[in-house]
Design a protein around this ligand. Structure first.
Ligand SMILES: Cc1cc2nc3c(=O)[nH]c(=O)nc-3n(C[C@H](O)[C@H](O)[C@H](O)COP(=O)(O)OP(=O)(O)OC[C@H]3O[C@@H](n4cnc5c(N)ncnc54)[C@H](O)[C@@H]3O)c2cc1C
Length: 401
């Protein structure tokens, strides 16, 4: 296999590394103490810089105003941006907007594209994605209670969602609701665009997550749809195609997340090694002289490398053999990389001792916020179950000696 990175991509990665180092990491102490809304003016200024450098929306098609990078190339970009929690937002490729842009690009009508897609890609508005429900298992989303019932030219939506990431301040949500209750299970739900100023769209609260309620983009909303009336022309794609479209959205999204997590691993690893090399633990002796710490350094380096190769391979497989054929590779990385990231962040925190628990470094932020990686986009156990089921099925009619 050819692991070479093209000169063009190397140049892009070099510019991004420098930008993250010089423009974003210095903003982090402010980011950790202020609200996201208070940060917006400076973040908008950085976004303008990124646009001027022609690095805006790296993963989105050129005709939409992005750079048009493929999955492997954007994976590498996502890794570089992941070193700072501000990276993806400032470069216009943050979740959940990135996934919503893909959906609108692939399934939107010309009118939907003009009204919702164009300003979203440009960063003029934000959006959220409302699938998970408070009372129903997100791991088995076909058990959905939210309904969209036809009334004249409209749908009337009722239901209670939560974990609609970034709902606070979003211009619209892409909502999953049951439109065809009598269809086979996977064809009962549809995706519908709901502007957030629509009567009946109620942001109940930003959910406190790991001690942090958050605001604006950095939040997770609970949303109550109460007789929320939207025109049927807000339907995305075919009626009943909601889960099929959701699956399309999740595959590339998982690659982006995994590469972002590798950027986080890299940052935590750098901080851990720097701390070990400089922290005196006895006169003339640094932490780096201790075998146990050396073992963490070596294990982390090897695990990050293994995870990175797995993700790049999965991205390559998705691009060459397609989403469905690469589904095992994608499940492997979803639980494997999330686990490695948790281990590496934990070791980095431990090496920093009391300092690691404070917000004087970025490690505690990563520790709090990235625990969720083992839950969203399919909990670890769900991916393991799906992969092992397929593996074990393949042995049913085989003889092994
Ligand atoms: C930070 C964060 C952001 C999110 N953003 C969004 C968003 O923008 N939009 C959105 O719609 N949702 C979002 N979610 C919701 C997320 O998709 C769900 O939390 C996830 O799908 C799990 O669903 P659940 O919470 O209902 O857990 P459940 O489905 O109740 O599962 C709970 C646990 O049970 C176990 N489990 C479940 N099924 C199985 C199984 N088959 N075999 C073995 N064990 C199993 C797993 O350990 C799982 O963690 C977000 C969640 C988080 C934490």
């Amino acid at each position: 296999m050819d692991f070479a990175i093209s000169e063009k991509t190397q140049a892009v990665l070099g510019m991004i590394d420098e930008f993250v180092e010089k423009e974003l990491i210095p903003l982090e102490p402010e980011f950790l103490t202020k609200t996201f809304r208070q940060m917006l003016p400076v973040l908008e200024e950085k976004r303008r810089m990124v646009k001027k450098m022609e690095l805006w929306a790296p993963n989105h098609p050129v005709e939409l105003g992005g750079m048009g990078l493929g999955l492997v190339e954007h994976g590498l970009v996502s890794e570089a941006l992941g070193r700072s929690p501000l990276g993806h937002f400032v470069f216009g490729c943050q979740a959940p907007d990135a996934g919503n842009i893909e959906i609108l690009h692939g399934h939107g009508t010309p009118e939907q594209k003009e009204k919702f897609l164009a300003p979203l890609v440009n960063g003029d508005i934000r959006s959220c994605f409302s699938m998970t429900e408070v009372e129903m298992p997100g791991s088995n989303p076909v058990m959905m209670e939210t309904t969209a019932v036809k009334d004249g030219d409209d749908y009337i939506i009722n239901g209670q969602k939560w974990y609609s990431t970034a709902a606070d301040g979003s211009a619209f949500s892409i909502v999953m609701a049951v439109t065809n209750p009598d269809a086979p299970r996977y064809f009962q739900a549809s995706m519908i665009i709901v502007p957030t100023d629509n009567p009946g769209f109620n942001l109940v609260r930003n959910i406190p997550v790991m001690g942090h309620t958050g605001d604006d983009y950095a939040s997770h909303g609970e949303v109550l749809f109460q007789n929320c009336r939207v025109p049927q022309k807000n339907l995305l794609g075919q009626e009943g195609a909601g889960f099929v479209i959701a699956q399309e959205r999740l595959g590339p999204g998982r690659i982006h997340h995994c590469m972002r997590w590798l950027g986080i691993c890299k940052r935590a690893f750098d901080l851990m090694c720097h701390r070990a090399a400089h922290r005196l633990i006895a006169p003339g002796k640094t932490l780096a002289t201790k075998q146990l710490i050396q073992s963490w350094v070596a294990e982390s380096a090897a695990e990050i490398q293994a995870a990175r190769l797995m993700v790049l391979h999965a991205a390559w497989a998705m691009e060459t053999i397609g989403h469905k054929a690469a589904r095992d590779e994608v499940s492997f990385i979803k639980f494997y990389v999330a686990g490695i990231m948790q281990k590496v962040i934990d070791r980095a925190l431990q090496v920093h001792g009391g300092l690691g628990m404070t917000d004087d470094t970025i490690i505690a932020y990563f520790y709090r916020h990235e625990r969720a990686a083992r839950i969203y986009d399919g909990a670890d156990e769900v991916h393991k179950m799906a992969v092992s089921r397929r593996i074990l099925q393949s042995y049913e009619n085989r003889t092994v000696r």
